[in-house]
Design a protein around this ligand. Structure first.
Ligand SMILES: Nc1ncnc2c1ncn2[C@@H]1O[C@H](COP(=O)(O)OP(=O)(O)O)[C@@H](O)[C@H]1O
Ligand SMILES: [Mg+2]
Length: 267
C-alpha cells in the first residue's frame, strides 16, 4: 500500500489520495440482481483492477462510486464520505474515464479539455490554457489540440479522454475498460499511461478491465466480479496460479471443440 499526498503539477495545493470503501453493496434493477453484497476497500494511492465477464456488474459498481447509481442496500464511501451525497462530489475530485471516451465531436480536442474548467470557472482563460496544454503534453497529444475527436484513432481518443480527466486534477481516477477495442501494443501503452498518471499524481486508481496483461502489469490488487459477487480478491501475483476453477477458466479459457461452450449458452 502506498499512502501519499502530492503537489499536483497544475496547482499549488497538496492533493491527498483518497480511499474507497464498498460495504455489502447490493443493486437490483427491478427483478435483476446485478450486485450481491459486494465488499472491498481500495487504499489511498493504490491501483485496484476490477475484472469480470461482460454483464457481471463492473460498470454498475463504478457508477456507484461516482454517485451515478444509488445502492439498493449497502454503502459506498469515498474518503469516508457517502458516495451518493452531492457534497461528496464537491469535496472530492473524481474523474471517470468512460469506455466510449464520451468526447464531443462538435468541439476540438482543446475545447473538450477546457469544458469542465470553464464551466466551473476554476481559472481564467490563460490558467485554463496552461492546464489543458499540460495535460495534452503529458499524453503526447499537443498536435491534436485543434482537431475534432472524430479525426483521431481509437488509441488517441482514449488518451484524450484520460487527458480530459487529468484537467480536473482528480484525487480518484476511475477507468471503465480503457483498453477495449485497442490492439495489444496500444493496450500496453494505455496501461503504462495509467501507471504513470498514478505515480505522477498519486491518484487512487480503479480500473475496470477484463484484460489479464493490464491486471498483471499494473495492479496492486485485483478483484474478480462474477454474477454480481466478488469471487476473488488479492494481489495480482496470486492470479498467476488461481485456486478457484472459475477464476482459472476466466483468466485462461481453453478452446474446447469437443464440448463447445456455445451449446450451453442461455438464450
Ligand atoms: N440502468 C440499468 N437498468 C437496467 N439494467 C441495467 C442497467 N445498467 C446495467 N444493467 C444491467 O446490469 C448488468 C450488469 O451491467 P454492467 O455493469 O454494465 O456489466 P459489465 O460488467 O459488462 O460492465 C447487465 O445485465 C445490464 O444489462
Ligand atoms: Mg461495462
Amino acid at each position: 500500500m502506498t499512502c501519499s499526498s502530492t503537489r499536483s503539477p497544475f496547482s499549488q495545493v497538496e492533493t491527498p489520495a483518497v480511499g474507497v470503501s464498498i460495504e455489502k453493496l447490493s443493486k437490483d434493477f427491478g427483478r435483476l440482481k446485478v450486485l450481491k453484497e459486494v465488499t472491498f476497500a481500495v487504499e489511498p494511492g493504490e491501483i485496484f483492477v476490477l475484472m469480470g465477464p461482460s454483464g457481471s456488474g463492473k460498470s454498475v459498481l463504478l457508477k456507484h462510486i461516482v454517485g451515478l447509481e444509488l445502492p439498493t442496500s449497502g454503502r459506498v464511501t469515498v474518503d469516508g464520505k457517502d458516495a451518493a451525497a452531492e457534497e461528496t462530489r464537491e469535496q472530492v475530485r473524481m474523474a471517470l474515464v468512460f469506455q466510449s471516451g464520451a468526447l464531443f465531436n462538435s468541439l476540438s480536442v482543446y475545447d473538450n479539455l477546457a469544458l469542465y474548467p470553464r464551466e466551473h470557472r476554476v481559472a481564467n482563460e490563460a490558467g485554463i490554457r496552461e492546464k489543458v496544454m499540460h495535460a495534452l503534453q503529458i499524453l503526447s497529444l499537443e498536435g491534436t489540440a485543434r482537431k475534432s475527436p472524430s479525426e483521431l484513432s481509437g488509441g488517441m481518443k482514449k488518451r484524450v479522454a484520460i487527458a480530459r480527466a487529468l484537467v480536473m486534477e482528480p484525487q480518484l481516477m476511475l477507468y471503465d475498460e480503457p483498453t477495449s477495442e485497442l490492439d495489444p501494443v496500444m493496450s500496453a501503452t494505455i496501461s503504462e499511461i495509467i501507471a504513470t498518471v498514478k505515480e505522477d499524481y498519486h491518484v487512487t486508481t480503479i480500473v475496470v478491465s477484463h484484460e489479464r496483461e493490464l491486471a498483471f502489469g499494473i495492479a496492486d490488487r485485483v478483484g474478480i466480479l462474477m454474477g454480481g459477487a466478488l469471487i476473488s480478491l488479492g494481489p495480482a501475483a496470486e492470479l498467476r496460479s488461481p485456486q478457484d476453477p472459475r477464476v482459472a477458466e476466466f483468466l485462461n479459457p481453453k478452446i474446447d471443440l469437443q464440448h463447445p461452450r456455445f451449446k450451453n449458452l442461455e438464450t
